[in-house]
Write a protein that binds this ligand. Structure first.
Ligand SMILES: *Cc1c(COP(=O)(O)O)cnc(C)c1O
Ligand SMILES: [Zn+2]
Length: 422
């Protein structure tokens, strides 16, 4: 057995099945690998010959034997960000750009791809999820591509683009009047009654492993080096712990030199159970009632909150949170300096990175990676009222010049230099 589920606390083995909690001690299950059986096949050379997608790391994913991938998820760009770096007061800054992850433009495509691989192996014909938006889009799209029926449960107040971007795939969308945490509790009850594969409930241990590929890619794209710092937006708190697991696995298997990496968590102040706990020195979450425009991160009682706090503290990192106006500013800063349009979660990451840099927790010479996890076209509502809507002018040069005079508040003449005779 290359991998199996084990309890994170009592270590009991649960084999491979659709289950996320240990019946003995009620702790979460996690995928455990037999690294010795993987060591010889998981090499830099072999990986570099793999496909340009997350499937190049299949040896360290819990996939059924002979699994044939159906979506080219992952292997998104890692971009140097010199202009944003200057703006934030740092130097070696990189962006991991999952705003362009396929097929649905968020990092959730990675986790869903792994969960659905197992859903098929476990014999489900219907898949489902509770979602703050991006997971809904990704489950609906990949269910369509793989011939599953899908049921998607969301809080009623999600952004219109995330609702349409779910329905278009033919998914059954159930809007719940309540918070994500209430939606998620309902889904746990439904999962006990119906034979459905809930990607983030009974398939959660497999789902979560998909997030490791963000970490594998960061290391490979830095030339098989680990960064000094990573800034990660947090909702349920899973992604940040899995990037850490990815870095540990690469060290264990000898693909990168051992090196300490600091993990920094980012939240919106209006839903900040994890950053609040880190700042107060609490090892546990105090659940919150979310109120923020960063809806994709609005989980008041995060499933992996405890483990996220522990990962951050053990790494010597920190967590921060930013107000909704700072989230909007963060979206604009990233767009104006680097030409990337991210959703509210990315605005949270950029805003928190600015704070962490000003606090001296991220130092200028260090290599820092910001995880941009979703696309701005899904949350344009956050920018309503930020830009004037221009009155149209006639398609005439004279009208344009008049318009230019009014905008520049100065007389306008042709800006083409006089040609000089040779
Ligand atoms: C879900 C999500 C996150 C956070 O993921 P967790 O693993 O739940 O912490 C971050 N960014 C975006 C855009 C998301 O949709
Ligand atoms: Zn247990």
């Amino acid at each position: 057995m290359r991998y199996e589920l084990r309890c994170r606390e009592c270590n009991k083995s649960w084999g491979n099945q659709a289950r996320s909690i240990c019946d003995d001690c009620f702790s979460p299950l996690e995928v455990f690998y037999d690294y010795d059986s993987i060591r010889s096949s998981f090499t830099r050379e072999k990986i570099s010959q793999g496909p340009p997608s997350m499937w190049r790391y299949s040896d360290l994913l819990p996939l059924p034997p002979h699994y044939q991938p159906t979506v080219p998820a992952g292997f998104t760009p890692l971009l140097k960000a010199p202009r944003l770096a200057r703006d934030l007061g740092t130097k070696n800054l990189y962006l991991k750009n999952d705003a362009v992850c396929l097929p649905t433009l968020s990092f959730k495509d990675r986790v869903v791809a792994v969960a659905l691989a197992q859903a098929r192996a476990f014999g489900f014909d219907t898949v489902a999820c509770s979602s703050t938006g991006n997971l809904a889009n990704s489950v609906a799209a990949q269910a369509a591509r793989n011939g599953f029926k899908s049921w998607i449960f969301i809080p009623a107040d999600l952004e219109p683009a995330k609702i349409i971007g779910t329905q278009v795939f033919g998914a059954k969308l159930v809007r719940i009047s309540g918070s994500y945490d209430q939606v998620n509790r309902l889904c746990s009850q439904i999962a006990d009654e119906r034979n459905w594969g809930f990607v983030n409930v009974n398939l959660r241990p497999y789902y979560a492993e998909g997030s490791k590929t963000v970490g594998f890619e960061i290391a490979e794209q830095l030339g098989w080096r680990l960064p000094d710092n990573v800034v990660v937006p947090m909702a349920g708190g899973s992604l940040i712990t899995k990037i850490k697991k990815a870095f540990e696995e690469l060290q264990e298997l000898g693909l990168v030199e051992p090196k300490p990496v600091k993990f920094f968590g980012a939240q919106a102040t209006g839903c900040s159970p994890i950053s609040t706990a880190v700042k107060a020195g609490n090892p546990e979450i105090d659940p919150q009632k979310p109120s923020t425009i960063a809806r994709s991160l609005a989980i008041g009682n995060p499933a992996d909150g405890h483990y996220a706090i522990r990962a951050i503290n053990k790494s010597g990192g920190w967590a921060e949170d930013v107000s909704d106006p700072q989230v909007v500013r963060g979206i604009q800063d990233l767009a104006e300096t680097e030409g990337i349009f991210t959703e509210t979660a990315g605005g949270v990451t950029v805003g928190c990175a600015r704070k962490l840099s000003h606090q001296g927790r991220i130092r200028p010479e260090e290599t820092t990676v910001l995880c941009i996890t979703g696309n701005g076209l899904k949350t344009t509502d956050a920018l309503v009222g930020q830009y004037e809507s221009e009155t149209p002018i006639a398609a005439k040069l004279a009208d344009f010049n008049k318009y230019l005079e009014s905008v520049l508040d100065a007389p306008v003449k042709s800006a083409i230099p006089e040609t000089v005779e040779a």
